[in-house]
Design a protein around this ligand. Structure first.
Ligand SMILES: *Cc1c(COP(=O)(O)O)cnc(C)c1O
Length: 380
């Protein structure tokens, strides 16, 4: 048996909607399925306004336009994230100020944000790692105190909740990913989520290539023109149809993921005595069970775990190379940041295979991982 790291999620519903969209002859952007997806996100996640994009990367680029950072301005971001979280803002000439993470959730350490704020800070950009939202109450307090917008990169946290509120509705601006490696997928896809009305109109201009077409559609104007920056951020309605097929099964997909999470937890928690820590869901959070990670005390233990897993055809993954220590991060000044927890996590974490596995695959993976950990922790 071979257990890959991820497989694109499929529920069986997608084909019906894909065909309906394909046959409808409406294949452009902002069609009937795009509108259904917007409505679904706004009503189910209680988001002010949702706009589908071709990726979370694109949604982050829209967010970077909305916060209006100029070259030399700064944004605060965890180093432990994917390149896109920083790239969107850095592409505008903004400078990443890297913040360390918490050891328990691997999210941005909300207690280390305030000391990084300067006159030039134009955005705070937390991510919700592995589907567990960052400490948004504290982050929003800082945001209010200094008047700096928060962009939550909720790429991994679609359908997660923090103190009862859904990811994507936890700050001024949020972003989702519907990439094939995420919990809900249209192959490539994403969404921008807005909760402050002041961004609504401009976001539509950016979305429609810098035109005010949205005002024409609403009947407020009879001809559209070029009014702002923008790009082609909107996906084909065919992709929205695929996503809509998954939205219809959102909760059963989540239940399936919970089963995998619970089995991993039962297997791995026996090794806490060996210093192993793992995905932790704080009491005030309802997770979407996006991912499961384990953190070793020593890099050598992690490396041996990965090596033995591969030889058994299991494919855990090393996780992120921190941005501050990657070539582009260093070019942008990442060297000057001292991020001990980020560095430790990067050297000693393993992300476990996580997708809509069959019971057989899950049982096999848990059995093998247990054998492998017994070997890892018997080594001196
Ligand atoms: C996956 C991911 C992205 C990028 O998503 P795309 O839809 O592939 O652009 C951005 N940020 C985080 C935290 C992610 O996990």
């Amino acid at each position: 048996m071979n257990i890959p790291f991820v497989k694109a999620p499929m529920t069986g519903n997608e084909e019906k909607y894909l065909l309906e969209s394909f046959r409808s002859n409406f294949h452009g952007g902002n069609g009937p399925f795009t509108k259904k997806c917007h409505k679904f996100m706004e009503e189910n996640f209680l988001i002010g306004k949702a706009l589908m994009t071709t990726s979370c990367t694109d949604a982050l680029e829209m967010a970077a336009f909305l916060v209006d950072g100029k070259p030399g301005d700064e944004f605060i971001v965890p180093s432990y994230t994917f390149s896109s979280t920083a790239n969107a803002f850095a592409s505008k000439g903004m400078i990443p100020i890297f913040c360390d993470i918490r050891r328990d959730t691997l999210n941005i350490d909300e207690n280390k944000i305030e000391e990084l704020i300067t006159e030039k800070t134009k955005a705070i950009v937390p991510i919700h790692y592995a589907g567990i939202p960052a400490e948004m109450t504290s982050i929003n307090v800082i945001s209010k105190k200094y008047g700096i917008p928060v962009v939550e990169d909720a790429a991994q946290a679609v359908n997660s909740r923090y103190r009862g509120k859904f990811a994507g509705a936890l700050s001024d601006i949020g972003t989702f990913s519907f990439h094939a490696t995420k919990s809900y997928s249209s192959g490539e896809g994403g969404a921008l989520t807005l909760n402050d009305k002041k961004y609504f109109d401009r976001a539509e201009f950016l979305w429609e290539k810098g035109t005010d077409r949205s005002l024409v559609i609403q009947g407020l104007k009879n001809k559209y023109s070029w009014v702002d920056y923008g790009s082609s951020f909107l996906p084909s309605d065919i992709l929205a149809a695929m996503l809509y097929g998954q939205f219809a099964n959102l909760n059963s997909m989540q239940d399936h993921r919970k089963k995998i999470h619970d089995s991993y937890l039962r297997t791995f928690k026996n090794f806490k005595k060996n210093g192993l820590t793992m995905t932790y869901v704080p009491e005030h959070i309802e997770t979407n069970y996006h991912a499961f990670w384990v953190l070793f005390e020593k890099p050598q233990q992690r490396d041996l775990f990965l090596k033995l897993s591969l030889s058994e055809h299991l494919n855990p993954y090393i996780g992120y190379i921190p941005l501050h220590s990657s070539p582009m991060g260093q070019f942008l000044g990442g060297d000057r940041f001292d991020l001990p927890i980020t560095d430790h996590v990067a050297s000693s974490i393993a992300r476990l295979p996580f997708y809509l596995m069959s019971d057989k695959e899950l049982n096999f993976a848990c059995m093998k991982f247990k054998e492998i950990l017994n070997i890892v922790f018997s080594e001196k």
